[in-house]
Ligand binder design. Structure first.
Ligand code: ZN
Length: 419
């Protein structure tokens, strides 16, 4: 009997110590981000269906506290590399170009996460200024032109800087440009070169390779459209007075314009990498530009957000259209609450509008769904920049777009916020 009592005592002490230590650890890690959580009681009675679960609170915390890994600098000398769309680049060739960019003193390269099939996702920071501009590309698999455009721009900019060209020196000394060149490297690689390059043959993208239409495939290796997977306020749900948008799919995408947001928001490692990257960089940024590749349009507004935000973003869109006549759309081209929200720009726009994560919904929140209280003063503009008239892998068309639509000039003007 005494032995049993002793055993129980020991177990109680072990469990008690574990809870105490774990709790301390939680408080230690999460202390500084507790203000990102809301305890609002949302009025969400007007939501009829949340068809995708929200993010779990501890997962959200963990995502936000994930720190990038910065590549060390070596004494190697930067080499001029001239890429001019001669060939498609495997993702590991893009990684080689990134490693070469790391040889310039003007860059800091970090790994911000890894994809479902274990490819590194990079953030490239260039410049010594404090005025910060964010770009990302390649969230949609078949939109392979975005990564090529931004890589081409970077190589030209750093080549010019290393060769003492005035304009590049001016940009690099006065601005800080932070870029994710390819958010969805598995989708990029499989789309361009085939699923034989997918390492884990158990993944959805390999298992369903015969049914997937890679020409228009948007998903990651799990068949999730990452650009619907962000835990923005309206991600994965629709209002009672709306009809579910016809593009939304409740099953993994096969590439027929069927956008699957995942069974849970924030479920994908690529989404998490972008979330922590935005968390680390967005508050200092004057602009965030997300590159896509279909339609020659710029989306620049969110109907549920402030006039200050929409004006700032529309200004960015007009900077682009003044150079190359792409069509600048304002907030009237966007809809909210039809089930197709949850994009990276939805999420980023709400972060800068001071939305907080809600434990109740597992999404960002601004107190009420249809009449949110939102921050009015905004210093950041956000746009989705769609290059090319339609989806293509044709390098001649991609190259023509870069030169004829003056994308070098577009990117430079966006960085300088210059009309
Ligand atoms: Zn896209």
């Amino acid at each position: 009997m005494k032995l049993i009592l002793k055993l129980i005592l020991i177990i109680v002490i072990i469990i008690g110590t574990y809870i105490y230590v774990f709790k301390e650890r939680c408080i230690f890690i999460y202390k500084d981000i507790n203000d990102k959580i809301t305890f609002f009681k949302e009025d969400d009675s007007d939501i009829i269906t949340a068809f995708t679960k929200g993010m779990k609170t501890h997962d959200y915390y963990k995502t936000l506290t994930d720190k990038p890994y910065t590549l060390s600098k070596t004494s190697d000398i930067y080499q001029n590399i001239n890429y001019d769309f001669e060939k498609h680049l495997h993702y590991n060739e893009i990684e080689k170009l990134i490693n070469n960019l790391n040889k310039s003193d003007s860059t800091i390269i970090s790994v911000i996460g890894s994809s479902v099939d274990k490819r590194s996702i990079y953030s490239i920071e260039i410049g010594y200024g404090s005025n910060t501009i964010l770009f990302d590309a390649g969230i949609h698999a078949a939109e392979v032109a975005g990564p090529l455009f931004i890589i081409k721009y970077l190589i030209d900019l750093v080549n010019d800087y290393e060769n003492n060209e005035d304009e590049a020196i001016n940009i690099i000394n006065n601005y800080k440009i932070i870029i994710i060149p390819c958010i969805n490297p598995d989708g990029y690689e499989a789309t361009l070169f085939g699923t034989k390059y997918i390492n884990n043959k158990n993944l959805y993208i390999y298992q369903n390779r015969k049914d997937i239409i890679f020409k228009t495939y948007k998903g990651n290796a799990n068949g999730v459209d990452l650009n619907r997977n962000f835990p923005s306020q309206h991600g994965g749900l629709y209002y009672s007075n709306n009809i579910l948008n016809e593009t939304v799919s409740l099953e993994p995408t096969l590439g027929y314009f069927d956008y699957f947001p995942g069974t849970r928001l924030g479920s994908e490692p690529e989404t998490k990498a972008v979330m922590s990257w935005l968390e680390n960089n967005l508050n200092n940024a004057s602009a965030y530009i997300s590159l896509h590749s279909a339609g020659r349009v710029i989306y620049s507004g969110k109907p549920n957000l402030s006039a200050a935000f929409n004006n700032k973003s529309l200004r960015l869109a007009k900077i682009v259209s003044q150079v190359n006549n792409y069509t600048a759309y304002d907030k009237t081209e966007e809809e909210v609450g039809y089930g197709n929200d949850g994009t990276s720009t939805d999420y980023a726009s709400e972060i800068i509008s001071d939305f907080k994560f809600s434990k109740k919904t597992g999404r960002l929140s601004a107190s009420s769904y249809q009449n949110p209280k939102i921050k009015e003063v905004i210093n950041t503009g956000i746009i989705t920049l769609e290059t090319l008239s339609e989806y293509t892998f044709d390098l001649n068309i991609i190259k023509e777009e870069y030169y004829n639509q003056k994308l070098y000039k577009v990117f430079t003007k966006l960085i300088k916020n210059q009309e």
